[in-house]
Design a binder for this molecule. Sequence first.
Ligand code: HEC
Length: 174
Amino acid sequence: MQRILRVVAFAVVGFAVSAGMVHAVTDGSGDPVAVKSDDGKWSDKDGNPTFKIEADGTVDWYTYVGFTRYSAECLRCHGPDGMGSTYAPALIDSMKRLSYTDFYAIVAGGKKDVSASQDLVMPAEGENKNVMCFVDAIYAYLRARGDDAMGRGRPQNHAPKPAFYAKDVEQCMG
Ligand code: HEC
């Protein structure tokens, strides 16, 4: 009996270890492969925003916009390139765990870690158009960073601005 239990325990641990390894290379929204483009805005098979990076490193327009918006709105707390600071977590790690829905809810509604010894506050950005009009682009950028699909810094090349981009932004910004 004990011997059987030991075999079972071994199998369970083995499974957990291999599942853990799979998890390390995936992201919180699952497979990030871009399957559909809506005027240059890419989504994965589940309809979540994602990135599209060519073999020569050229990033899609929205991922590029995500980099610039991240740098303007999030970097001061979350550090350059999503790598974290002493105050706020490294979002490149958070992306491995958070789904698009989780991400959206936290950005719009904020988050406060009441158990921490210091007060850690993620501000609710739901009313901030400079964030919310670009939340999918920021997500696509951080997803690419979390999946190691792009390196640090400003992307050197990006796809051209889609035809309706300026109008869409204008409409959202009101
Ligand atoms: C004023 C500082 C500040 C700004 C600006 C800020 N954040 Fe945060 N953010 C935080 C802090 C602090 C936390 C951790 C809160 C906690 O643990 O309760 C956090 C947490 C998060 C989380 C959850 C991370 C996790 O692992 O659960 C996400 C996602 C996030 N921020 C995204 C963003 C994005 C995207 C932006 C820019 C649009 C942004 N934040 C701007 C301070 C900030």
